[in-house]
Write a protein that binds this ligand. Structure first.
Ligand code: ADP
Length: 606
């Protein structure tokens, strides 16, 4: 089922027909120097020939030719379009229609270098291939899970909101793709791993992938923030820009050119943006090039340290894209002095590392390194093909309208038998008070007091039966009240979460070393329900919640949990219930509301 993948940049078009099963290319097209009279088009390995300088005209002329290059039995089943900026609006791959294009055009000011070209590409291609689904895949979508504290700039909120100024992050397809490869290579579930992915190509960014979800990334509102890149500056004190405006009278366009095109490796090295040339000159003693490499690598290392702190540790650090996959020098410099994290580079492996389609992952850490250092081959076109193929196959059933009951889950605690006895006396067993909606679960008569660094919360309900791990589930508001910084986690995922003190009866007290989380909003369902909704355990979906359908609110980022013993129900916490103005009781451990949800869309590609 070949997928045509279109990537229209400001000066180039890359198109490929990709087999989503294997990533193999059936045909390729590269148009360069769009916008100039010297524009050329090249098919597969053939020599470039002159072509039209406009993106639309070049695609109209070249795409039919590209399709003629395909084997006779290959028929395009869908088209995947790379779109740089999805803004806050597009959180997952989206089917292209007229409304989509109109919304996308509104967003074009967010990525001046890229989105207009993406829109041109979509227009030309939908015109040419009208009978197949077209899917837009966003560089920003994978980062839709970045928590508010990480995506918010410290500007006055009114002005930030008015202009949608927040961190979005880019290169999402690549970060997501390589994180998945890491899990396959390590033969572990991505949902148990903390991975730092360093995409070092023409554009560069780092991403903290905590248990499969992006929680931090170095690019921000635009692809200009963060690392040193080929021609982009990355992080710079905004005060320096104010100074340049005053001291040199620079205007917006001049600053734009300075920061996007003249800075980065090109600006530092005075030689250009190609790391190969810079490395060669640095070896020959060119001090500008030496400095360029030092600044580049220092910045990557700094972000790695920061992201290890953000996630409370790291299991694997990954190098990918042109520089990350090919430059042993850069990897060596970046990985220096990461031993304190438990990451030990093996110099021989680093020098010998080579990745390709058949061997996409190379390990470059020492055998005893606790943190695995890996080189992973990224393939954004393959990733786009996979996502386009997945959505187009499911597009007939975008919204599944079966009703999902919604329940508000008040703060509560799950305890181990040991902790129950420590809090309520030896041999004590939890006493069921009333059954909960999930079969077998009950609210117990036992109540405990949570003692945080700042304040305490009394009469917190214990839920039974006892579990293998202690877990305290609280809301954001509780976090601030108690003074703890709890991560958003799926139930059971308490590693590296903060601890808390519990008081039971007769002043019996236990201090947990970890276990406090904000529960990730989720839906329980049976395997039959999952088949009906066309989702799997671990999928992340959007749910439209309405109170008797008078008002509705969309909850993105809802985790699907599937088990034969579950009953179909979505659980949100009290803060979320308040935000949605849903009714609830102040005593409920799991209070049914009169709201119900419909599952809108599944983001299956993890
Ligand atoms: P893009 O973001 O344009 O797709 P790539 O991922 O292809 O970028 O990466 C381009 C960068 O990779 C260039 O800076 C190039 O110098 C660098 N690169 C490619 N091969 C090597 C190599 N062998 N050593 C060092 N850098 C390399």
């Amino acid at each position: 089922m070949p997928v045509l993948v279109i990537n229209c940049g400001s000066t180039s078009i890359k198109a490929a027909v990709v087999d989503p099963e294997t990533g193999r290319r059936l045909a390729e097209l590269k148009v360069e120097r769009i916008g100039s009279p010297e524009a050329t088009a090249a098919f597969n390995d053939k020599a470039p020939t002159p072509c039209s300088s406009s993106c639309e005209e070049a695609l109209s002329a070249c795409l039919p030719e590209l399709l003629r290059e395909l084997p006779d039995d290959a028929r395009i089943t869908s088209v995947g379009h790379r779109v740089v900026h999805g803004g806050s609006h597009f959180r997952s791959p989206t089917l292209v229609d007229d409304k989509f294009v109109a919304v996308l055009e509104e967003k074009t000011d967010l990525a001046p270098l890229h989105n207009p070209a993406n829109v041109s590409g979509i227009r030309a291609t939908t015109e040419l291939l009208q009978d197949v689904p077209h899917v837009a895949v966003f560089d920003t979508a994978f980062h839709a899970t970045i928590p508010r504290r990480a995506r918010t700039y410290s500007l006055p909120q009114e002005i930030a909101n008015r202009h949608a100024i927040r961190r979005y992050g880019f290169h999402g397809t690549s970060h997501q793709f390589v994180a998945k490869r890491v899990a396959e290579f390590l033969q572990q579930d991505l949902r148990t791993l903390r991975v730092i992915t360093c995409h070092l190509g023409g554009g560069c960014s780092v991403c903290a992938v905590e248990y499969g979800r992006s929680v931090e990334t170095s690019m921000g509102m635009t692809p200009l923030e963060g690392l040193v890149m080929g021609t982009r500056s990355g992080d710079i004190d905004p005060g320096a820009l104010l100074h340049l405006m005053r001291a040199e009278g620079m205007d917006v366009n001049e600053l734009d050119i300075l920061l996007n095109r003249k800075s980065g490796l090109a600006g530092l090295s005075r030689l250009g943006n190609d790391m190969r040339d810079i490395e060669k000159q640095a070896e020959e003693g060119n001090e500008d090039c030496q400095l360029a490499i030092q600044v580049f690598c220092h910045r990557v290392r700094k972000y790695i340290g920061a992201y290890a702190a953000v996630m409370g540790g790291v299991d694997a650090i990954v190098f990918t894209a042109g520089i990350g996959q090919n430059s042993a020098v850069v990897r060596h410099r970046v990985a220096q002095r990461l031993e304190f994290l438990g990451a030990r580079l093996d110099e021989d492996r680093n020098r010998a590392a080579s990745v390709n389609r058949d061997n996409p992952v190379a390990e470059i850490s020492m055998p005893h390194s606790r943190v695995r250092l890996l080189v992973v081959r990224t393939d954004e076109s393959w990733s786009i093909a996979l996502q386009a193929n997945d959505l187009s196959q499911r597009s007939g059933a975008e919204a599944t309208t079966r009703i999902i009951p919604v329940a508000i889950s008040a703060r509560h605690i799950h305890l181990t038998q040991d902790t129950v006895e420590a809090l309520f006396g030896e041999g004590h067993e939890l006493t069921p008070l009333k059954p909960l909606s999930q079969p077998g679960q009950f609210a117990a008569t036992e109540l405990v007091t949570l003692v945080g660094p700042k304040r305490r919360i009394e009469r917190v309900r214990v839920l039974g039966p006892v579990r293998a791990k202690n877990q305290v589930e609280i809301s954001r508001t509780d976090e601030f009240y108690l003074g703890v910084d709890a991560p958003i986690r799926a139930s059971g995922d308490v590693a590296n979460s903060p601890g808390i003190t519990l008081i039971g009866t007769e002043s019996r007290q236990v201090t947990l070393e970890q276990g406090v989380i904000c529960a990730w909003r989720h839906i329980h369902m049976t395997p039959d329900d999952a088949a009906q909704f066309d989702v799997e355990d671990g999928d992340v979906v959007d749910i439209e919640v309405g109170t008797n359908r008078v008002r509705s609110l969309s909850f993105g980022d809802v985790l699907v949990r599937v088990k034969a013993s579950y009953k179909l129900e979505m659980h949100i916490d009290t803060d979320e219930g308040n935000a949605a103005e849903l009714n609830m009781s102040d005593v409920g451990e799991l209070e049914r509301t009169d709201a119900e949800g419909t599952l809108r869309k599944a983001n299956r590609f993890r």
